[in-house]
Write a new protein. Structure first.
Length: 216
């Protein structure tokens, strides 16, 4: 019995934490949207792998331009003669984070290859696969990229809706407990401190509050 009450309490707390996290996400998306009107920020993780005869550069990260947030992944293979691309290769470097910054309006345009109607819904993606070798595993220059995009308004809308739903759920789930703690009828909210066994308003039989749930 006690386990059931404890798990109810844990559920309440998890829901409260979830509501709080989505509220924080809402604030973060709003700040990012405002910020991206003035500057482009991107957080990027690079790796550089050296294999016999070639380098493989991988970049993944997230950034935002004025309209949308993008999650991207680039992979570039520089063949045995990387002279054209040698500026991209840093000897001894294996990987690390970097923060990139540029003024708004100068962003990479992120052209989409997704259907236009998805663009109206605030979603987009782009994927490219280019190079001079026949297959990814043979040597030579090759590049592929994937970008997933979501418009600022959609990110904000989703996080706001999630926050509202979680908050509403928490409110509904904890209402009887909160009423009981304040000496009110769990069912209708009538003050039953004078009549602690039966609610005079709705007739509900009041069970004693000696449960972990009511104390919590
Ligand atoms: Zn009542």
């Amino acid at each position: 019995m006690r386990d059931i009450h404890m798990s109810t309490r844990v559920r309440h707390q998890l829901l409260a934490v979830f509501a709080l996290l989505s509220a924080l996400a809402t604030i973060a998306f709003l700040v990012l949207w405002i910020r991206s009107q003035f500057a482009i920020d991107a957080l990027v993780y690079h790796t550089q792998i050296s294999i016999p005869g070639a380098y493989i550069l991988r970049t993944c990260g997230a950034g935002a331009d004025r309209r949308r947030i993008g999650l991207f992944f680039y992979e570039e293979r520089l063949g045995s003669d990387p002279s054209i691309h040698v500026h991209d290769v840093h000897p001894g470097f294996t990987g690390g984070w970097s923060y990139q910054h540029q003024p708004a309006g100068t962003a990479r345009p992120w052209p989409t290859t997704s259907p236009r109607w998805l663009g109206y819904l605030g979603i987009g993606w782009q994927s490219t696969n280019a190079g001079d070798s026949v297959s990814w595993t043979s040597l030579g220059y090759r590049k592929r990229s994937m970008v997933l995009m979501i418009d600022h308004w959609l990110a904000l809308f989703i996080s706001l809706a999630t926050t509202a739903a979680a908050w509403r759920g928490w409110n509904r789930m904890t209402l009887p407990t909160r009423r009981a703690r304040r000496g009110l009828c769990m069912k209708c909210g009538y003050d039953i401190r004078a009549t602690p066994n039966r609610c005079p308003e709705c007739g509900a039989t009041v069970t004693p509050l000696a449960t972990a749930d009511a104390r919590g």
